[in-house]
Design a protein around this ligand. Structure first.
Ligand code: ADE
Ligand code: ZN
Length: 324
């Protein structure tokens, strides 16, 4: 089964590029950029990863960004992820990035997006892995800041396929960003939002992303299973759900294999993803292997999960068919 998973051509639709920052690269960049890290070795840094909910993870995730300063740093980060992804037989990836996590530290938007884009182009040419970029807004920052960043992205719209919403969901409902997402839609971008596992007001947040924002996809969305009505709506709209088993395990102590199977039984388009693989110490293959073991998933179920991923990508329909 492990070989079957490893050999399967795969798509990944929920991976934060800053969440792919491996401790070794972090140390190399810290040295180059004269940034001091509060750890002596990459191993000591990993040992300090102590996540048990979303805020405890985000604190470490944002601290990790301090080493990313120059365009080449964003290039190296993205190249390393795409090379790792290609080595896992991922043939297509949609990658999130968090520009506000960088502009707030004085790193220019252009520096971030140019480094990422250059690596995407090189990886496609040299490694054959295709990718598209999704710009995320930090929901614990203001709607005004999100709007400013959308406008910073205007010269680069050709480099973006969509926008997303991430960071701390507590008291930051989707509706807070209604105008920002409406403008992004007007500009031709696809829309997705995180509805993280077990958040306060989760069902209301899922309702808002469906009915008020009218997203094209939902990131996580596992709690929709608590409402038959929301499940029906997701199914009738054919929306993909980008579920992240190892990420979920830190919050609910389960890879949510039962919930993922339930989604498949209901005909919902669940997909499997790594979220922040360097922090959770599991890339896509490791997520799939762990999930298969916990839930005793069959080959046919794994094939369905991967077919779902390709079918809900934001590729042009004609390109999508080549993978299905
Ligand atoms: N930013 C990076 N990873 C995230 C996650 N899993 N949820 C919310 N925001 C994030
Ligand atoms: Zn995420």
């Amino acid at each position: 089964m492990k070989a079957f998973i490893e050999n399967m051509p795969k798509a990944e639709l929920h991976v934060h590029i800053e969440g792919t920052l491996e401790p070794e690269l972090s140390f190399a960049l810290a040295k180059k950029n004269n940034v001091s890290l509060p750890f002596d070795t990459p191993q000591a840094l990993i040992a300090a990863y102590d996540f048990y909910d979303l805020p405890s993870f985000l604190k470490i995730y944002y601290a990790g960004m301090s080493v990313l300063i120059e365009e080449d740093d964003f290039y190296q980060l993205t190249w390393d992820y795409l090379a790792k992804a290609a080595s896992q037989n991922i043939v297509y990836a949609e990658i999130f990035f968090d520009p506000q996590g960088h502009t707030i530290r004085g790193v220019a938007f252009d520096t971030v997006i140019k480094g990422i884009r250059r690596a995407q182009c090189d990886a496609e040419n040299k490694l054959g892995i295709r990718s598209q970029l999704i710009m995320c807004f930090l929901r614990d920052m203001s709607a005004e800041s999100a709007m400013e960043h959308l406008k910073l992205a205007e010269p680069y719209l050709d480099w973006l396929v969509g926008v997303g919403l991430d960071s701390d969901e507590f008291n930051n409902p989707p509706i807070k960003f209604k105008d920002v997402f409406a403008l992004a839609r007007k500009w031709g971008l696809k829309l997705t939002m995180h509805c993280d596992v077990n958040q306060k007001n989760t069902l209301e947040h899922i309702r808002q992303v469906l009915e008020e924002i009218e997203v094209d996809r939902i990131d996580h969305g596992v709690n929709a299973l608590e409402s038959d009505e929301l499940c029906e709506l997701i199914k009738s709209k054919g929306l993909g759900l980008t579920v992240c088993p190892v990420s979920n395990q830190f919050v609910v102590q389960s890879l949510t294999s039962g919930e993922i199977r339930d989604m498949l039984k209901r005909g919902m388009k669940a997909t499997i993803n790594s979220d922040d693989p360097a922090y959770f110490r599991a890339y896509l293959n490791e997520n799939l292997i762990a999930l298969q073991q916990e839930g005793d998933f069959s080959r046919s179920e794994l094939k369905t999960l991967m077919a779902n991923a390709f079918s809900v990508t934001w590729l042009p329909e004609s390109d999508k068919r080549a993978y299905l």
